[in-house]
Design a protein around this ligand. Structure first.
Ligand SMILES: [Mg+2]
Length: 347
């Protein structure tokens, strides 16, 4: 799989339209003066990182590190527009593709060798830079998780592949926190039993890991031993009917999104019935305030066009996602469509 992640995306987008800022330390986020020192760095370019500035840092702290940086207010509509252009470029490739966040995507190619995959990676980097002016990093490996980790290790403007024969060596000395999905809490739990690196993890007793972390412990053990079975949710080429909407303000609980789920469900069902469709899969999407996306879906045993079922399922799927982080946008979708008459699968 090939994982593509745009480099310092929001700041790079600003450099494209503010050429005069290129080469100077630049922070995207409200300036330290404008919000009484309460703003947060959304992202910053590498010139700013050289001073120790990083995303999620208070702009007041960034200001202390270097009082002479440029500040640009985040312009989400502009970034989403550019993101759409990049995703469109990527979806031109004959590959299964999942958009992972506003500036990250993973593509699954049928290729014969890593050399071939690297050649495709090089071509994608060139096309993205030509068409958008933006740099990106590409990581290639056997599964989505490994590809993302390889990508992270090659930033910025990198292109790197790690094949099956090199993956254990690649993982060995990295801290467990480098595995996508391993947060601070899991890291602490593992550290408490003496596991700090992925190499430690690979030699742990799997039963102990399962005791500690449930099925996630088993997944981690398998990953640490060089097998990544993570699959992608093909959300670029799915034929589906869906609606999504950005919230007025970030939601922290289901209570805040209940009425929106109802509304989106009504709209989706309206279109399903107008087209005389039935569906066999129900999915949801949450875009978090940090612009990462999470998708979840559930397959049904039988075709349906029930509004009640969509509402119930979407609510239950989203309640898992809303718990994790503040949510900025939600979506409801049905797929595996068939026409009502013969119930023959259309797609
Ligand atoms: Mg990025």
């Amino acid at each position: 799989m090939l994982y593509i992640d745009m480099d310092y995306f929001f700041a790079a987008c600003e450099e494209v339209r503010h050429q005069e800022l290129k080469g100077k330390p630049l922070v995207v986020g409200s300036s330290p003066e404008s919000e009484k020192l309460k703003g947060v760095v959304q992202t910053c370019n590498y010139e700013a990182r050289a001073f120790g500035v990083h995303s999620a840092m208070r702009t007041s702290e960034a200001y202390k590190l270097n009082p002479n940086m440029a500040y640009v207010q985040a312009d989400w509509n502009y970034y989403e527009e550019i993101s759409k252009r990049i995703m469109t470029l990527l979806s031109g490739y004959k590959a299964r593709m999942e958009a992972d966040s506003i500036d990250e995507a993973v593509l699954e190619f049928e290729v014969g060798s890593y050399e071939e995959a690297l050649a495709i990676g090089k071509e994608i980097k060139g096309i993205v830079r030509d068409k958008t002016g933006l740099p990106c990093t590409i990581g290639i490996s056997s599964g989505k998780i490994f590809a993302k980790m390889v990508c992270d290790s090659a930033k910025p403007d990198g292109l790197k592949a790690v094949g099956q024969d090199g993956i254990k060596e690649f993982l060995k000395d990295r801290s467990v926190g480098k595995i996508p999905g391993v947060g601070r809490k899991t890291e602490e739990k593992l550290a408490a039993i003496g596991i700090k690196t992925i190499g430690d993890l690979s030699q742990a007793d799997p039963m102990v890991l399962i005791d500690l972390l449930g099925s996630f412990g088993k997944e981690l053990f398998i990953l640490a031993n060089g097998t990544d079975t993570s699959s992608i949710v093909d959300n670029a080429n799915v034929v589906s009917i869906g609606r999504e909407r950005t919230l007025d303000s970030n939601a922290h609980s289901m209570r805040e999104v209940e009425s929106l789920i109802k509304m989106l469900t009504k709209e989706v069902i309206g279109e399903v019935r107008r087209n005389n469709f039935v569906f066999k899969s129900i999915g949801v999407k949450a875009r978090y305030s940090d612009f990462t996306d999470r998708l979840k879906s559930r397959s049904l045993n039988n075709y349906s066009d029930s509004e009640e079922l969509v509402l119930k399922t979407a609510t239950s799927l989203l309640s898992d996602l809303v718990k994790e982080k503040p949510v900025r946008k939600i979506g409801v979708r049905v797929s595996s469509l068939a026409s009502r008459g013969g119930q023959k699968s259309l797609f």
